[in-house]
Design a protein around this ligand. Structure first.
Ligand SMILES: CC(=O)[C@@H](O)[C@H](O)COP(=O)(O)O
Length: 256
């Protein structure tokens, strides 16, 4: 299982906690998926009202590691302040850092992301940056102290899957020792399996499960898919080729 900042997690699946039809469905989705990490929006929790407290009790009862996130932050200052609140609220140095740069695509702001990651790493945070698959950006994130990278598969909430397989593959090749997690844009378990087959360590998703007709069943399907993908990666997949090659030996073929 992947190790993030020295902590080995129990599953290759990380689930978001938003948009479920009910708290009971959320809990059942976590139970059936075997997900080991729940990411939680700090902006939601910071409200501190009764609903917020009930939600936090629900998350605590899931018995999984909590990865607070800065979802919805558009500036470095907002993201850093939100991360600091997260540390107080959740008593963890982990932070999934989102600095959104574009309202339509929810694409990360690469410049703000590096700036915020540098400030947070300097302040003792263990940063999980939601980024694009850009190599230069990822190199800079590692330089400022990120020991995990979380490139998107596709824009948040789209369910489009892995939009740039070439880019994701080259990121894996460039960072053989950094845990890599595809975060966002997955719509189907087969796409999660594909990420693991590319050698990724884990996936993080929310919408595909929360918005499925049967979220708990879909969560279970994602849980099975990441294990299948990881097993396939360890099994050393064959290389694809352009030319056909008979899989049945010609020996014993009837001569007509
Ligand atoms: C919950 C969370 O952190 C999202 O911002 C995340 O990136 C998931 O994206 P999807 O909803 O596309 O799976």
């Amino acid at each position: 299982m992947p190790t993030f900042y020295g902590t080995e997690v129990t599953s290759r699946l990380m689930l978001g906690t938003a948009q479920y039809p009910s708290p009971a469905v959320l809990a059942e989705a976590f139970r059936r998926s075997g997900a080991g990490i729940a990411t939680v929006s700090v902006r939601r929790e910071a409200g501190g009202d009764q609903a917020g407290q009930d939600f936090w009790a629900l998350i605590r009862d899931l018995g999984v590691a909590v990865l607070p996130n800065t979802a919805g932050c558009y500036s470095v200052r907002e993201a850093v302040t939100t991360a600091q609140m997260a540390r107080e609220l959740f008593d963890t140095n982990w932070i999934k850092l989102e600095v959104i740069g574009h309202a339509d695509t929810l694409q990360p702001d690469p410049f703000g992301l590096v700036d915020a990651a540098a400030q947070l790493a300097e302040d003792g945070f263990e940063v999980f940056p939601y980024c694009t698959e850009d190599l230069v950006l990822c190199e800079q994130l590692v330089e400022v102290g990120c020991k995990v990278l979380m490139p998107w598969g596709a824009p948040i909430g789209t369910g489009l899957g892995l939009n740039n397989i070439y880019g994701l593959r080259s990121l894996r090749a460039h960072f053989p020792d950094i845990p890599l997690v595809v975060d966002a844009g997955l719509g189907l378990p087969s796409q999660a399996a594909h990420a693991l087959e590319l050698g990724y360590d884990a996936v993080l998703l929310n919408t595909a499960v929360a918005k499925a007709g049967d979220p708990a069943a879909m969560a279970q399907a994602f849980g099975l898919a990441v294990e299948a993908g990881a097993l396939a990666a360890r099994a050393d997949p064959m290389d694809a080729r352009d030319m056909a090659a008979p899989s049945t030996p010609v020996f014993g073929k009837a001569m007509l």
